[in-house]
Design a protein around this ligand. Sequence first.
Ligand code: FPP
Length: 240
Amino acid sequence: MAPKDQPSTPRHVAIIMDGNGRWAKLRGRPRLVGHHAGARRVEEIVEACTPLGVKYLTIFAFSTENWKRTQTEVAGLMRLFKRFISAKAQELHLKNVRVRFIGDRVRLEPRLQDLMDNLELLTAENTGVNLTIALNYGSRDEVARATKRLAQDVATGKLRPADIDDETLPRYLDTCYLPDPDLVIRTSGEARISNFLLWQSAYAEYEFIDTLWPDFTEEEFRKVLSRFGQRDRRFGAVKA
Ligand code: FPP
């Protein structure tokens, strides 16, 4: 049982939404059908956050490695992101969700970048769930980009090497506005991190669950959160 002073609900949950392709294959359908079903689950899980007490939700939508997929799948995913953002912007706004994106936008097509910028702007004052969508995101790429900016600050004298400590780099990461994840969930039975929030998840709890992402319901989300409440998090310390 978790100690009394420990929050029973994770403040920040990060999710690797895996298994869309297998979900579609099981039904004899193209992979993109699985991604569309996955998008519908995103809506359900975002909506579940407020009643469940989750303040920050970060979802892995497209990794820096996902460009290696077929051109058909990549193009289909990009169309899905554009459609999702255009179709859901008002709804997310009305639900008081604040949406932000992490990852390198430069490689994304300008129309998608515009939609992302507009959604961030539209929801900037919202005070409900903080939804972060990782799009063309890879942790190593993020650290490399952050290090470049940090090095520039050293070169221009804004930052002294002697002042660099473990709180310096996080200020340069895409996630600088986010608390570290308390819980990282990966669906579909794979037990790996795949270059997601490597620095930020140093003390996260992990849940690898067998369900494929398009089958991940609010009910299962609730169960995963309640298991989190049973965990004893020590952050490297020994409790009396
Ligand atoms: C991994 O499953 C999933 C992705 C690479 C894409 C995630 C995208 C969505 C859930 C779609 C909607 C997202 C938003 C934000 C609208 P996979 O394709 O690797 O599945 P597999 O391992 O079974 O092949």
